[in-house]
Design a protein around this ligand. Sequence first.
Ligand code: COA
Length: 178
Amino acid sequence: MNVSIEPMKFSHVPSVVAIEKQVYSSPWSEHAFINEILDNGFASYYVLLIDGEVAGYTGIWVILDEAHITTLAISPPWQGKGFGRSLLEHVIAEAAKKGATRITLEVRISNLKAQSLYKKLGFAACGVRPNYYTDEDALVMWLDKLPSFCDKYSVSAANKKIVPAAEQGWERKLWKKN
Ligand SMILES: CC(C)(COP(=O)(O)OP(=O)(O)OC[C@H]1O[C@@H](n2cnc3c(N)ncnc32)[C@H](O)[C@@H]1OP(=O)(O)O)[C@@H](O)C(=O)NCCC(=O)NCCS
């Protein structure tokens, strides 16, 4: 079995959306993913490929020293085999490489499986965002101390090129995820 993690390309998007429809009640459209890849300079998306087929994906926005995980999913037949953890470790390391020192995400209050994974990698629950999803509140989790596997990627403050978000024309997009 050949497993790899690569940046998401347009050609991956139909498979990504097929998984999206299986695991989320309000799935993102192909357009939403293409828009993220094409137009959002703060976003990075990755796919986990098993023998060349998309088995999972994740995405992150990195704005200055803060990162936001926008999505993480593994295709149902491949869940529970460690791939979710691998993808999460990958995206955390990529965020560190891009200069993030803290990472946040939202997760459904009822999604104990995902919360368990996030806690294993050091995320802590820091609050609740009421009605974040149409039918449920979100737990807001933060990872403030990046794990040791990020050490090789740590960026010294002197090397960071800090450009105010406003100058980059950043506009927050309120995509909502399960
Ligand atoms: C959440 C998700 C990404 C986890 O990926 P995965 O590949 O299934 O998880 P892994 O096999 O890497 O397991 C990592 C950890 O997740 C937790 N976990 C995985 N399956 C679990 C289950 N059935 N019950 C409880 N916890 C579980 C455990 O803490 C596990 O660590 P362990 O193996 O040391 O016990 C995946 O199940 C998924 O895509 N779910 C649907 C979409 C979703 O909820 N995404 C998160 C949105 S915030």
